[in-house]
Ligand binder design. Sequence first.
Ligand code: S3P
Length: 173
Amino acid sequence: MKNLVLVGFMGTGKTTVGAALAASLEMKHTDLDDAIVEWEGRSIPEIFTDQGEAYFRDVETKRLAQLLAVGSQVVTTGGGAVLRKQNVEMMLEHGIVIALHATEEELIKRLEKDTGRPLLAGGVATRVKTLMAERAGVYDFAPIQVDTTGKSLSDIVLEITRQVVERTQDGEQ
Ligand code: S3P
């Protein structure tokens, strides 16, 4: 079984959905950000402050490659993990990629009180708007696209499962 890889902007629910999807399919769930934190022995804001985003992105690529190599896992990724072509190629080669979406308004609401995401520092609403504009289309490469706005967790898991089964039967992936 290939990995199921969840991508999407911050706040789209990748980690929550990934955990529920893994439980439902009896697969292991691994979160890329958690793996980075474990590897580095410090939080993501600390990594950004100490060594900057470029360093974080290098670690992100290395850890992603390791997680995908394990196989048969639900792998949830950080919102910026798709920014490197190399990462996208790895995801497509070693997994079925699922992109989660939500409206800008919904994302701002979900992220409003967040303090753990360095890229949102300086005003969540403004940063979400800017980053969403900068990242327009970066999740389009995923063969499965799911809008999470207004949907329950169980509906989202069902929708993903249905599409994964369809694609697996078609022999597309
Ligand atoms: C980032 C998203 C974060 C985390 C880091 C950078 C991004 O993950 O990887 O703060 O560039 O969008 P989540 O999408 O899980 O918040």
